[in-house]
Design a protein around this ligand. Structure first.
Ligand SMILES: *Cc1c(COP(=O)(O)O)cnc(C)c1O
Length: 425
């Protein structure tokens, strides 16, 4: 049934299909373990010879149903849920890259991912070279080394709101024999399906629009099944040679197209955990059921707010790809013709203090370290996430002192604009 359904219908019907007399809503299987009648039956599960559940750290019916829904939405062949977006990005890379390896990443990415790649992976012996996504293919190509294992970018960058040229990045990755990994958190598969543009692996912080109600922290890794690991067997020994910790099986051979995602479950979930609670996956699923409807409204509200801001003389600049003058506008029309997301970056004329005064004057809009939620919220990196930095250090990090990230929610657009209007004084 699922093959023919469109996105809004997949949001509701994929992943879990109740049989006769079963509950219509996805049941929460809040159980760590599963019982078997014979020792042999469970042994077959351990050998990955049979599908089934034995311990929730590795697999759980509620978690799997939600992972299947996200895989269907992205057009992937398999997915695994993680307990956070950070864990998803870590696993996506660590699954194919070990000590002595190297990755190339866009420098326009979420601060947590920047830190994970630039600082923490280094402690595991993995180097990262950051490149400007605006650089030419030749310039980005120069960052690659013989030990490079992946190229990474964000469909729409957090917080810079820059749209990634996915086809360009895919060309660069594939010409160097590595997969393109894209964090699709902000666009969501409703507005962009990176696999259709050559991306190989998609990650998500499901904490954001997919949940949409600020109820759970979670992540997801989705595999397109398109990257031919065996064609680059020397680069990916973890996938293409036998795993002694798993009875000598070879993921890319024994599981074919599903090798990458099977290895994440069998090896990384087994050894690192980071499994979401089934209760959280249930909450995530409730969010996913309305994702298509909500994204439409996030985008139309953000478009109106962005247009209002860009017409106000007190506003110095606005970054929203829906604005015709925006530097990402052409890429947004190509990759996300139905809309991008609800996040806008803008700056007020004045100083750090002008931004603080504006935020403190807001009445309905929340000040929150959150984004992509049904409640409109603002964050001022200079006063919050990056508050230890001077104005000069901030500019060096690519963040202006006046930079405000506005995540436009699902309230009436007129109320959002009224609140901004009164706070601008
Ligand atoms: C929030 C976010 C993350 C990290 O996700 P958590 O769920 O907070 O761990 C990663 N990537 C992007 C684009 C994000 O917005």
């Amino acid at each position: 049934m699922e093959k023919n359904l469109r996105q809004a219908s997949l949001c509701i019907h994929s992943g879990y299909e109740p049989k006769n007399g079963e509950p219509v809503e996805l049941p929460i299987v809040q159980s760590t373990t599963f019982k078997y009648e014979s020792s042999d039956e469970m042994a077959k599960l351990f050998d990955l010879e049979r599908d089934g559940y034995f311990y929730t750290r590795l697999a759980n019916p509620t978690n799997d149903a939600v992972a299947c829904k996200i895989a269907a939405l992205e057009g992937g062949i398999g997915a695994v849920l993680t307990s956070s977006g950070q864990a998803a990005n870590f696993f996506a890379v660590f699954n194919i890259c070990e000590a002595g390896g190297h990755i190339v990443a866009s420098n326009e990415i979420y601060g947590g991912t920047y830190n994970l790649f630039g600082v923490t992976l280094k402690k595991l012996g993995i180097d990262c070279t950051f490149v400007s996504p605006d650089a030419t293919e030749e310039e980005i190509g120069q960052a690659f080394r013989p030990n490079t294992k992946a190229l990474f970018g964000e469909t729409i960058s957090n917080p810079g709101c820059k749209v990634l040229d996915i086809e360009k990045f895919a060309r660069i990755a594939h010409s160097h024999g590595v997969p393109l990994v894209v964090d699709n958190t902000f666009a969501t598969p409703i507005n962009c399906r990176p696999f259709e543009w050559g991306c190989d692996i998609v990650t998500h912080s499901t904490t954001k629009y997919m949940d949409g109600h600020a109820t759970q922290v979670g992540g997801c890794v989705v595999d397109s099944g398109n990257f031919d690991w065996m064609a680059h067997a020397d680069k990916y020994p973890g996938l293409c040679t036998s795993d002694e910790s798993y009875h000598g099986l070879t993921y890319a051979k024994d599981f074919g197209k599903k090798g990458y995602i099977t290895k994440i479950v069998a090896q990384l979930m087994r050894d690192f955990g980071s499994t979401p609670a089934p209760q959280n996956s249930f909450l995530l699923n409730l969010g996913l059921e309305t994702l298509a409807v909500r994204m439409e409204r996030h985008c139309s509200n953000a478009q109106r707010v962005a247009e209002y801001l860009s017409a106000d003389p007190r506003v110095a600049w606005v970054r929203y790809s829906g604005l015709p003058g925006d530097s990402s506008h052409a890429l947004a029309i190509k990759y996300m013709p139905g809309g991008s997301c609800g996040v806008i970056a803008f700056g007020l004329k004045g100083s750090r203090e002008t931004a603080i005064k504006f935020m403190d004057s807001l009445k309905m809009i929340n000040i929150a370290t959150h984004v992509a939620d049904l409640r409109t919220c603002v964050l001022h990196p200079a006063s919050h996430t990056h508050r230890q930095l001077s104005d000069e250090q901030l500019r060096a990090a690519g963040i202006a002192p006046e930079f405000i990230r506005l995540s436009v929610g699902l309230e009436d657009a007129d109320d959002i604009i009224d609140d901004i209007k009164q706070a601008l004084g």
